[in-house]
Design a binder for this molecule. Sequence first.
Ligand SMILES: Cc1cc2nc3c(=O)[nH]c(=O)nc-3n(C[C@H](O)[C@H](O)[C@H](O)COP(=O)(O)OP(=O)(O)OC[C@H]3O[C@@H](n4cnc5c(N)ncnc54)[C@H](O)[C@@H]3O)c2cc1C
Ligand SMILES: NC(=O)c1ccc[n+]([C@@H]2O[C@H](COP(=O)([O-])OP(=O)(O)OC[C@H]3O[C@@H](n4cnc5c(N)ncnc54)[C@H](O)[C@@H]3O)[C@@H](O)[C@H]2O)c1
Ligand code: SF4
Ligand code: FES
Length: 803
Amino acid sequence: MKKLVMIGNGMAGVRTIEEILKLAPEHFEITIFGQEPHPNYNRIKLSNILQGDTNFEEIIISPLDWYKENNIQLFTDEAVVNIDVEAKRVMSSKGREVDYDELIIATGSNSFILPIPGADKMGVTSFRDIHDCEVMIKDAKNYKKAVVIGGGLLGLEAARGLLNLGMKVDVVHLMPHLMERQLDPIASSMLKAELEAQGMNFLMEKETAEILGNERVTGLRFKDGSEIEADMVVMAVGIKANTEVAKNSTIDVNRGIVVNDYMETSVPHVYAVGECAEHRGTVYGLVAPLYEQGKVLANRICGLSAEAYGGSITGTQLKVAGVDLYSAGEITDDDQTKSIMIYNDFEGIYKRVLTKNNVIVGIVLYGDTTDSTRLFRMLTKKEDISGVSIFHTNTNDAAADDIAEMPNDELICGCNGVTKGAIVEAIKTQGLTTLDQVSHCTNAGRSCGRCKPMVSSILAHTLGDQFDAAAAQKTSICGCTTISREELVEEIKTKGLSSVKEVMNVLEWNNEEGCTKCRPAINYYLGMVHMDEYKDDRDSRLVNEKMHANIQKDGTYSVVPRMYGGVTTAADLKKIAEVAEKYNVPLVKLTGGQRIGLFGVKKEDLPSMWEDLDMPSGYAYGKTLRTVKTCVGAQFCRYGTQDSMALGIELEKKFERLDTPHKVKMGVSACPRNCSEAGIKDIGFVGIDGGWEIYVAGNGGVDLRPGDLLCTVKTEEEVMEMTGAYLQYYRETANYLERTSKWVERVGLDHVREVLADEVTRKALNERMDKTLNRYIEPWNEAIQNDAIQDKYYTKQTIKVGE
Ligand SMILES: Cc1cc2nc3c(=O)[nH]c(=O)nc-3n(C[C@H](O)[C@H](O)[C@H](O)COP(=O)(O)OP(=O)(O)OC[C@H]3O[C@@H](n4cnc5c(N)ncnc54)[C@H](O)[C@@H]3O)c2cc1C
Ligand SMILES: NC(=O)c1ccc[n+]([C@@H]2O[C@H](COP(=O)([O-])OP(=O)(O)OC[C@H]3O[C@@H](n4cnc5c(N)ncnc54)[C@H](O)[C@@H]3O)[C@@H](O)[C@H]2O)c1
Ligand code: SF4
Ligand code: FES
């Protein structure tokens, strides 16, 4: 097998690997280095995260299990710093050396940071990765006045996000018009008026001279001497191809890494793809051309006769609610340009098509973009427009007619280059009935998601009478099947399906092995339905659950023993200390959940360490109850009204090991001072005089969310009863991998309250819960006693990295 190394674990690079795997799954032994500490995620959706529409887990494109499944060795949080093109070897920031036969550079871009005094102050940030997003979301809680420098696509999407986060936002723009690269002055002023109405304040034709403040930013000074206040500054003034690693070698670099029409650099066996590549003098900054490049490169690297990449014409839209705009091609006129225009100031609609010699060369649409795909096709195909009606009226009938009349080569998903013809064919040949399936099959809708309404219309049109609008919106478990979660659970119950394999066979999965998305989900639903008798399918679990230890980024594991309610003893502390010394554990750390983690443990040491520890697993890796954090409470604290430690221990002992759709954390405080932070837990208990308040759906992670008060109860027995019923209802109705916070938002707190208010329902839920709890055994103990398990999971030879 040839060794393929890729530098950069981003959108263009990983799409190229997906294409390679489709063409020649067994051709390469693949290694990927990624500077960010994450698997590949949808960078486009960072704007949606900032705007509060989604969260990080939902934008992961390639989960860690995908790398493992495809035998890809992934090194995250590890940059390649040097390429030795003679020896065909790369070296990483951690001193790791890896040889290659073929090398792909896919290092993307860096944000351009204005070289002005103060640009390095605290509170000045770029908007390029999830870290930037997290910084902005966190700072928005403590600061109120943001300034975004740059009125382009990125700056305006950032500004909308910061408004959503409750900040006051000024946008500072160098030019007289916003998005001057995409819009003409009329469209630009319509956009400005809309965004002002949404609450943004614009400072146009302003050039920033300095960022003011001591350690942290306090304001901006402009070249004209004027100043404004700011306690956060976001730089969104463009991007610069990230060519560092190529520059240090003999590879030709100009604005980007120079490539030919097959994405080959000046050095044999070294390719570049994505925003770091410069093709025929152009460096692209949108995914559509990068995915085209990826296809060409995949064919080339697999030795297939590849079509050359001839460059791309790009179309853009702004991801801001309430703004409908589209721009493609050349938008500035010269003396040969003739324009066709509609301008309806009353309805806020502006459409302009720029033509040269009867051919469309540019498109600007504002307020109604329904013509965009048709006009874009005419532009790219250089269709003669003499006598053609250019704009359609936006009525539903026209939209339906449009689909019928739309030629098969019309581009529906701009990001992924998917035409109407490809979508129709997939629907017909694969028997697709939902939007989700079309997306899995064709890639349409997988990036920015703007094409989804059109894909839906094509689905409706193609299926005709068989189209079921509600069903079409349903989300199937994954691309291996057309059935949804509800249908799967129903089928398991009615057909009595009892194993993952059986589910996939009987329900006619289109991929007989399933995938990393569906297998753990099926395993969970089977266990949920067949409460006491289900035999867990360990190999279908996510990697950390399979190993009963959390894999770390260097391939070692962590060991976190259970400490009920965060309470320990001198004897247990001694055991932990002895084990840490005996196995040379590199890091012993108190975790956020009030216990002690041993980090950097070799896989083959796990069973003997567990045996020496002789403590139960703390399940720090599982979709289950993680911890019950407690305050010292009435036993010691003078404010305590209740015994928080005793309740925490009782809860943890009862619900430990329970399979849940996602991880569950609890907190118990003995008074409203809330030292255990029970307000940001999946379930939190706060002691009050004569009882307990129960809070639910809190979250202290990326999607910070305070818990909602579910109810107030008087006794610990009621706490246990309510908790059992609540957790069981969550187990039975949530989607696999849906946190309680998202679940409650989806089904509604009032609904949950209503269900749990009924005593008979509560009792039935608790009965099912108790039945389920009976089937769990201590996993570390099982591994210690079972040689077959040790051989299969914990011997050195079984190492297959990819995490
Ligand atoms: C907020 C935002 C919104 C966007 N919205 C849209 C949109 O609506 N539509 C659209 O088409 N495009 C959009 N884009 C642009 C799109 O995200 C990029 O075009 C795309 O991500 C580029 O893919 P890439 O693989 O070239 O680079 P990236 O996705 O940036 O990936 C490169 C990766 O390489 C890593 N890396 C760099 N150097 C090294 C090294 N030496 N060793 C190891 N790893 C390294 C980086 O850390 C990074 O993770 C948006 C971008 C942002 C930031
Ligand atoms: N919806 C989308 O398609 C989308 C969204 C976000 C980002 N992106 C991509 O991300 C990349 C970065 O976006 P971007 O908007 O930063 O780049 P950009 O180059 O498109 O826009 C930068 C803007 O900043 C302005 N500017 C430059 N110097 C300035 C200064 N000193 N003061 C004030 N304004 C100044 C420019 O006039 C320009 O309008 C681009 O490739 C973009 O295509 C795309
Ligand atoms: S939450 Fe109240 S009772 Fe518990 S430790 Fe804090 S102050 Fe004391
Ligand atoms: S147009 Fe962006 S995903 Fe289809």
